[in-house]
Design a binder for this molecule. Structure first.
Ligand code: SF4
Length: 96
């Protein structure tokens, strides 16, 4: 009987997470509490990690498609993602 490999039976939709530069970091860095003291600094630190992440594009696509409404994903804050989504929607309307 052949062994069934777990990774061959699971959808690979989220395998990009295995390559995340933030994988072993404190998630609080990417989810600063509101606009309180230190938030801006933490956001900049999180963005610096994202800047060197090999799966940044996949991460941002995931956050946009699943409408993640908090935290830094793919190098963008929630407000930056909202603006990005609006810009993409405008471009789609123009193209149609
Ligand atoms: S882009 Fe940023 S938040 Fe996304 S996986 Fe990479 S380091 Fe983590």
């Amino acid at each position: 009987m052949s062994a069934i490999r777990a990774d061959s039976t699971l959808p690979n939709r989220y395998t990009w997470r295995e390559h995340a530069a933030c994988r072993d970091l404190d998630t609080n860095l990417f989810f600063p509490p509101g606009d309180g003291p230190g938030s801006a600094e933490r956001i900049e630190q999180a963005k610096a990690v994202c800047a060197g992440c090999s799966v940044r594009s996949e991460c941002l696509s995931f956050a946009l498609s699943t409408r993640q409404d908090s935290g830094v994903w793919g190098g963008m804050t929630e407000e930056e993602r909202r603006r990005h989504r609006r810009r993409l929607a405008r471009e789609r309307r123009k193209a149609s």
